[in-house]
Design a protein around this ligand. Structure first.
Ligand SMILES: *Cc1c(COP(=O)(O)O)cnc(C)c1O
Length: 369
């Protein structure tokens, strides 16, 4: 039996007939850049994230980059983030003109450790970028007071956490609700994925929204008048059309992912060779990835592959050890929790369309191992 890590064709078989007519209508209109669908998506994603404004951009990477550019960072400015994340989180900091400052993560949730953030803050710190990794949110109730006390911005990397929630100071808050700005990605493999690259910034700060809106169209609020140098990073109307058709299914998909995760947790409990993922009780996890840990991870991955089961390693090399960041001067051993995780994590298939038989196959292969 084959169990791919993700099966987007299964999703398309289920709902493709609700997408295609909208795409054909867009083809008839020949209105491909920004426009109604993009505006509608901006409103819908802002509403979903309990934020006031949404600004569609070309990718999740650009959502981070333009949010950070709007902070007017200067050479030598520092932005604190996690070394255990997709490259874009730190790449965007570099490309926005600042220096990424890495700090270690929590061993249970893989999110940035607030005590480490506090210890890393200096007079040059301008922002904190927590990553809501694998679908559960970072400890914003501890990070926000740190940011506020120093007057630095908190920019959420919510690319893996659309619709996730966390209990923050007694209230349920959504990913994207509390940051100065927050980045979403609609890369096809994300929980809400387009038919190509797409991303979106949400914010409740009107000046931030206007600034990102300008930056995505070459720095001009008015066509051919440029207050500053921005770039071309517009959300494509085709992507917005596809995403609007998929959006009504997101809640049921996240629920199905949670149900699959609960099923795995029960089935894997008592197996000493693997540690199922840990959900912080404050979090409503959306399980973008279902990530177990195993001492003999590479052997387990090979065993599962031989049984037709797709897995993924997110992420094999922490960012402080990437050659492109060698100039930052970090050494192996600097962030033991992140480095240990990189050697142990393994993502299992958790997508909503997984069948009972497929899940059984995954678990029996792990038991056999
Ligand atoms: C996917 C992702 C991004 C970047 O999104 P793209 O749309 O691929 O540019 C950034 N950060 C994290 C944590 C991601 O998972």
């Amino acid at each position: 039996m084959n169990v791919p890590l993700l099966d987007l064709r299964a999703q398309h078989r289920a709902i493709g007939d609700r997408i295609i007519p909208r795409v054909l209508a867009l083809a008839e209109s020949q209105q491909f850049i920004l426009g109604r669908a993009v505006e509608e998506l901006e409103v819908e994603i802002a509403r979903l994230s309990h934020a006031r404004f949404g600004v569609g951009v070309a990718s999740g990477t650009d959502a981070l980059l333009l949010s950070l550019k709007a902070l007017d960072l200067r050479p030598g400015d520092e932005v604190i983030t996690s070394p255990f994340t997709f490259f874009a989180s730190a790449g965007a900091i570099h490309n926005a003109g600042a220096r990424p400052v890495f700090v270690d993560i929590e061993s249970d949730t893989y999110t940035i450790a607030p005590a480490a953030v506090q210890a890393a803050m200096t007079p040059r710190t301008r922002a904190i970028v927590p990553i809501h990794l694998f679908g559960q949110m970072a400890a914003l109730e501890r990070l926000l007071p740190l940011a506020e006390a120093r007057g630095v911005a908190l920019v959420e990397d919510a690319c893996q956490a659309i619709g996730a929630e966390r209990l923050v100071a007694g209230k349920r808050r959504r990913a994207g609700e509390l940051g100065r700005a927050s980045a979403f990605s609609f890369f096809p493999t994300k929980n809400l994925g387009g038919w190509g690259d797409a991303g979106l910034v949400v914010t409740s700060d009107q000046r931030m929204a206007e600034r990102v809106r300008k930056l995505r169209t070459h720095g001009g609020a008015k066509m051919y008048h440029h207050d500053e140098v921005g770039t071309n990073s517009r959300l494509d109307a085709l992507q917005a059309t596809v995403l609007l058709a998929k959006l009504p299914h997101l809640a049921e998909w996240s629920a199905a992912r949670r149900a699959n995760a609960a099923w795995y947790a029960a089935a894997l409990s008592g197996l000493a060779a693997v540690r199922p993922p840990v959900t912080d009780p404050a979090n409503e996890h959306i399980f973008h990835q279902y990530v177990i840990e195993a001492e003999r991870r590479d052997a387990l991955q090979a065993h599962l592959e031989a049984k037709g089961i797709g897995t993924g390693i997110y992420y094999p090399v922490p960012l402080h050890l990437q050659p492109c960041f060698a100039h930052l001067g970090y050494r192996a051993g600097a962030f033991p929790v992140a480095e240990a995780a990189a050697g142990r994590v393994l993502a299992l298939p958790v997508y909503p369309e997984l069948s009972e038989a497929q899940k059984e196959h995954v678990v029996s292969a792990i038991r056999e191992f």
